[in-house]
Ligand binder design. Structure first.
Ligand code: PSU
Ligand code: MN
Length: 307
């Protein structure tokens, strides 16, 4: 059986047909990264941020076995409300397709479906990566290998700071994923502006970012990560950050959480332990990434990429 090609919403299909700017958005951060019911309002705000940047948003999810690129408000309701919605990485897509199941897409599967749909820009919060203790658990997000194969730009605030950030940067290097900072060579730390790691390269404008993506696409398959830090005055308090993350990782360990449940468990624990402070910062950084991705998509649409 052939998997169904992604189904583009009319607005997304029209924009792409005209060579217009479109930004893909993932749904796992809505369904598994943000608590219900706050996630529903965040979904609308994220799409509005893409529009404010000058592009059409294309939120991606699998519904009844069909990958959708661009969701109706009712479909977004479904993604945000269903507590049993699956979390689908690339390897889960064939199961969902064959069995007619529904699920939210992670960075890995969203990147794949966005590329299949012809969308060169993708905005998220923070990438998955190498978990602390990965030397023992082998827990490394499939986001990394997926980005080594998909030709698009992901705008993010670095990788989630619950991870081993230097190890994740090493893996991104091994996988030849291009990483560039937006107006900084400090690699952002998701909730905080500075992860403690540095980058070799930065770009100053959406036009420069678009030019990097065009060059990458002409070279060889693989993604460009555009790392967009929060401004210092919008980041999470550093002490609170370090304390709640240590606490959340210990709680995950104590509860014996494994596999793809780890990231949602830890994020949920952080939102509770910080009394909503991580939630607020998480939404804010996604909005900033969505708007910047919209600007880069708009710059790219002026100089269409080589196909
Ligand atoms: N960014 C966020 N919140 C999230 C995620 C990213 O701000 O919930 C999700 C993404 O979908 C990413 C996933 O692909 O977490 C990584 O999960 P794992 O560590 O299990 O690969
Ligand atoms: Mn994992």
């Amino acid at each position: 059986m052939q998997p169904s090609p992604p189904l583009l919403s009319p607005e997304v299909a029209d924009a792409l047909a005209e060579g217009g700017p479109v930004v893909a958005l993932e749904s796992t951060l809505l369904a598994h990264g943000l608590p219900r019911p706050d996630n529903r309002a965040a979904a609308d705000e994220i799409e509005a941020a893409v529009r404010a940047g000058g592009a059409v948003p294309a939120t991606i999810a699998v519904l009844d076995g069909v990958p959708h690129v661009g969701l109706t408000p009712e479909q977004v309701d479904r993604v945000c409300a269903d507590p049993s919605l699956a979390k689908l990485g690339v390897r889960d897509l064939p199961i969902a397709a064959a069995l007619g199941l529904s699920g939210a897409t992670t960075v890995s599967s969203t990147a794949l479906l966005a590329e299949a749909g012809g969308i060169p820009l993708f905005a998220t919060g923070g990438l998955g990566g190498v978990h602390r203790e990965a030397g023992e658990t082998f827990d490394e997000s499939a986001d990394l290998t997926a980005l080594s194969r998909t030709s698009l730009m992901v705008v993010c605030a670095g990788v989630k700071s619950i991870l081993d950030v230097p190890a994740t940067l090493e893996r991104l290097e091994s996988l030849s994923v291009t990483v560039v900072g937006y107006r900084t060579t400090t690699f952002p730390g998701f909730y905080v502006a500075d992860s403690g790691s540095t980058l070799d390269w930065s770009v100053e404008t959406p036009e420069q970012a678009a030019a990097v993506l065009i060059s990458r696409r002409a070279l060889t398959p693989g993604a460009v990560v555009l790392a967009n830090p929060l401004p210092a005055d919008e980041q999470l308090d550093r002490d609170l950050h370090d304390r709640v993350i240590a606490d959340a990782l210990a709680a995950a360990e104590a509860a014996g959480v494994r596999g793809k449940a780890v990231t949602p468990f830890v994020l949920d624990h952080l939102h509770r332990a910080s009394e909503g402070a991580t939630l607020e910062v998480n939404v804010r950084l996604v909005l900033r990434n969505a708007e910047l991705a919209g600007r880069v998509a708009a710059a790219l649409a002026v100089v269409p990429p080589r196909r």
